[in-house]
Design a protein around this ligand. Sequence first.
Ligand SMILES: N[C@@H](CCC(=O)N[C@@H](CS)C(=O)NCC(=O)O)C(=O)O
Length: 218
Amino acid sequence: MTLKLYGVARSRASRMIWLAKEIGIAYEQIPVIQAYRLADATTDTRLNTSSAQFRKVNPNGLIPTIDDDGFVLHESLAITLYLAKKHGGPLAPHDLKEDALMTMWSLWAVIDCEPHALTILQQRQLLEGERDLALIEKSKTALQKPFGVLDAALAKRGGTLVGGRFTVADINCAEVFRYAQAAPELFDRFARVKAWIATCQARPAFKEMMAIRNAEPA
Ligand SMILES: N[C@@H](CCC(=O)N[C@@H](CS)C(=O)NCC(=O)O)C(=O)O
């Protein structure tokens, strides 16, 4: 049975789509859209995160979720780690220590970096007069330390996060740091982070994922 992905590509489902394109995993996409993007989710006929039908699959009412032949999994980074490990190859951990490091970087990205990076993205998407400039500055300041940590780790490990090669850990972190690209000036002080994200985003699988995202209505 084909792997099912619940979620539109203009969501954190992008992470799984990027990984799937990297390792050639076939999947069927069920385009569940965020309820908040609809004028009225109760009357809209599109399957959305508040639809009763989707809530049966993910009671959190959040995308992405996968159904891998009856195995249902939520949380975008748990999904990429699971699929990488299931399919093996260079993107997956080769031993327990690599596995732990990939988990470490993924948790670090989502806990320590994502809230600030997302704030920057959401604020920069607002009209200029509507932005909370103090909040943007606060988030940029909060990201200085993680940017420094990432920059130093990339220097020490030769430009990728784990095992001297591009892995699922790079996908998970690069997808979080992509939000911070709404403030490109943040990257100017951290040359290795800037080079790393450029290299990650030059990969054909990333471009394929972005093309799928951009083909969806905004
Ligand atoms: N930690 C979760 C967050 C999932 C999440 O917040 N998804 C958003 C889309 S990117 C969503 O479904 N929002 C719909 C809603 O809030 O109704 C993950 O990484 O999968």
